[in-house]
Design a protein around this ligand. Structure first.
Ligand code: ZN
Length: 372
């Protein structure tokens, strides 16, 4: 029986061609028509191997392909079809240099999708069968908070044996076992306008009250626990001679644990506004922290064993940025970073993938699908 790694090595050029196809079909978040074209192309590749479901959404379709395994247990492969790049980006930035393909949207994460498609293909074409039934889910809106994808992600993760997220690995190739919970508060601070010259005593200054709010917020940070709060957007006031009556503020929040998220959420809502002003606080954590469980580490051990046999040695990374894996970690053992090796996500001129690693990293996915 031909080895999966050999099969994938021989098909690296074909994998690359599929990556190019998906990258050229540019798919900025919110452009449903463009995203659906990517979903069509992915569907064409997966349809011969499984059963397709398309769920319509105004942000773009959610694509779910189920591929039968030899057992009734399920494993979820998780990916997204949208990118952060506007149309026209690939034209100026697609280039092959040595072992690298510079391709906006390939590293994050169209190459990961192609690697997984080829992993499944390699399993069948070398005469094998995946062990678990595979639920391959490609969502349209990961880059903009996953409102469309989240219900499907959570539904499929429930009762799954494992979730493998096809986002890029850590920079050194490590798999990701933990991600911070991520979100943001949108706060409107209201006071009362008055003429700054004739009746300042009748005004209630929303900017002064915002300054108070920000100082209290920053006090809630706990860097020793990795909890950060960033008041990073602020707009307010109307004219220099008018007591400011309204301010809009956004505060980024990142936490390693749900405990910390709860602590911050309770505390932020208890901040007392300065007299005569109000705080309207909306949103909060959008993605819960991806906290590793015993199941995560068992899964990691399996992945490391398979990778070692393929000639590489991924460690376990904990990172500050969120992904759709944040939604699944509580529901099923989740490891992220099964995508392509490369660097510079979200940097249109510099985002690249590493060609020689396509076959071994795809073989790692195949190994997982055979053994989980
Ligand atoms: Zn991504």
């Amino acid at each position: 029986m031909q080895s999966i790694h050999t099969f994938l090595g021989e098909n690296t050029a074909a994998m690359l061609a599929h990556i190019e196809t998906l990258v050229r079909l540019e798919s900025p978040s919110r452009d449903a028509a463009a995203i659906n074209k990517v979903q069509d192309a992915i569907q064409d590749l997966l349809e011969p191997m499984g059963t397709v479901e398309r769920h319509h959404h105004e942000l773009g379709d959610v694509l779910h392909v189920q591929i039968n395994g030899t057992s009734s247990e399920r494993v979820v492969l998780l990916a997204h079809a949208d990118t952060v790049y506007p149309h026209g980006t690939w034209q100026n930035n697609w280039r092959v240099e040595g072992d690298r393909v510079y391709a906006p949207g390939a590293y994050d994460m169209k190459a990961g999708i192609v690697q997984a498609i080829w992993a499944i293909r390699a399993i069948f074409e070398t005469g094998r069968d995946p062990r678990c039934t595979i639920d391959f889910l490609i969502t349209p809106d990961e880059e903009i908070a996953s409102h469309a994808g989240r219900p499907f992600i959570e539904e499929l993760a429930k009762g799954a044996k494992a979730v493998l997220v096809l986002e890029p690995p850590h920079l050194n190739g490590d798999l990701k076992v933990a991600r911070k919970g991520v979100g943001g508060y949108r706060v409107t601070i209201r006071g009362r306008a008055a003429h700054q010259g004739t009746e300042p005593e009748n005004g209630r200054n929303a900017i002064v009250s915002t300054a108070h709010f920000i100082q209290e917020v920053v006090k809630l940070q706990d860097l020793s626990k990795g909890t950060t709060l960033g008041p990073n957007v602020i707009k307010g006031g109307s004219a220099m001679n008018v007591v400011a009556d309204e301010v809009y503020l956004e505060v980024d929040i990142r936490v390693w644990t749900s405990e910390e998220a709860e602590r911050i959420d309770a505390a932020i809502k208890k901040i007392v506004p300065l007299e005569g002003t109000t705080y309207e606080i909306l949103d909060g954590l959008n993605r819960p922290a991806m906290e590793p469980s015993d199941g995560t580490f068992a899964l990691l051990e399996k992945a490391q064993k398979i990778a070692n046999a393929l000639g590489f040695n991924p460690g376990a990374a904990r990172v500050g940025g969120g992904s759709d894996g944040n939604f699944t970690a509580k529901l099923a053992p989740t490891i992220d970073g099964f995508g392509a090796f490369g660097a510079n996500a979200h940097q249109k001129e510099f985002e690249y993938i590493d060609i020689p690693s396509l076959a071994p990293r795809s073989a790692l996915i195949a190994g997982m699908l055979l053994e989980i």
